[in-house]
Write a protein that binds this ligand. Structure first.
Ligand code: PGA
Length: 262
């Protein structure tokens, strides 16, 4: 059984103070939920809020993620933050290869592979994002594009490390648009990603790796998404910025699990 993950990617939002009050409120809200059926809840604030948020995450029920990292450990790399520094702050996940980083900051598959290796070497979990543009989808290139992103990201990584990694399938046309990918189609692409993982790393890694869906996930969409066979959770942008929405998504995930187990 793969434990579901609900991860909130705050992107460039919230001051330190806002991040801290959000986290306090989220903790209170999660306390009322059934501990045994909680998914792994992950929040990814901006770099500058990581210390303060980490200090108040006394409970194990919320984990901390960074939105990016650099692959070198230290040196003359102005403006960058290393994996070890993020680990020291309490991050247990790091999001890499988000389409916004690929699009606005020219990140390549090769850079994402270097980041994934550095993260895994530090015993942290990478959340590796992939996804197609609308044009690629319309031209029938979705599967080949995503397969090549995944193969490049996982190049040279051991089976054990691949098994504990996380992938997020995020169709670019669904991010921040309110237009969610149909859950049957999202599940089909995620199954295809699992087959690619099996091809490069074997069945045990493919069975273990958690693959999330991202792109306009809301409290009203999560239940249907989580009842699909291969969707192991969600990477949430806009709806992770309000406690009531994010808590609603966590609750929907719990509900869907109960339905699946029944
Ligand atoms: P969205 O963003 O939920 O606002 O569509 C998702 C993401 O970019 O991870």
């Amino acid at each position: 059984m793969r434990k579901p993950i609900i991860a909130g990617n705050w992107k460039l939002n919230k001051t330190v103070g806002e991040s801290v009050s959000f986290t306090e409120e989220l903790k209170t809200s999660i306390c009322t939920m059934d501990e045994n059926s909680l998914p792994e809840v992950v929040i990814a604030p901006v770099f500058t809020a990581l210390v303060s948020v980490s200090e108040i995450l006394s409970c194990d029920c919320i984990k901390l993620a960074a939105q990016n990292c650099y692959w070198e450990a230290s040196g003359a790399f102005t403006g960058e933050v290393s994996v070890d520094i993020l680990k020291d702050l309490g991050c247990s996940y790091i999001i890499i290869g988000h389409s916004e980083r690929r699009q606005y900051f020219s990140e390549t598959d090769e850079m994402i592979n270097k980041k994934a290796k550095a993260i895994l070497a530090a015993d942290i979990i990478p959340i590796i994002c992939c996804g197609e543009t609308l044009e690629q989808r319309e031209e029938g290139l979705t599967d080949s594009h995503i397969a090549s992103q995944i193969k490049a990201a996982l190049e040279g990584i051991s089976k054990e490390d691949i098994a504990r990694s996380v992938i997020a399938y995020e169709p670019i046309w669904a991010i921040g648009t309110g237009k969610t990918c149909d859950s049957i189609e999202a599940n089909r692409v995620i199954k295809m990603i699992r087959n690619v993982v099996e091809e490069v790393s074997g069945k045990a890694s493919a069975d273990a790796i958690r693959i999330l869906y991202g792109g306009s996930v809301k409290p009203s969409t999560i239940e249907e998404q989580m009842t699909q066979s291969d969707i192991d959770g969600a990477l949430v942008g806009g709806a992770s910025l309000k406690v009531s929405d994010f808590a609603g998504i966590i609750e929907g995930c719990i509900k869907a699990q109960t339905v699946c187990e029944a």
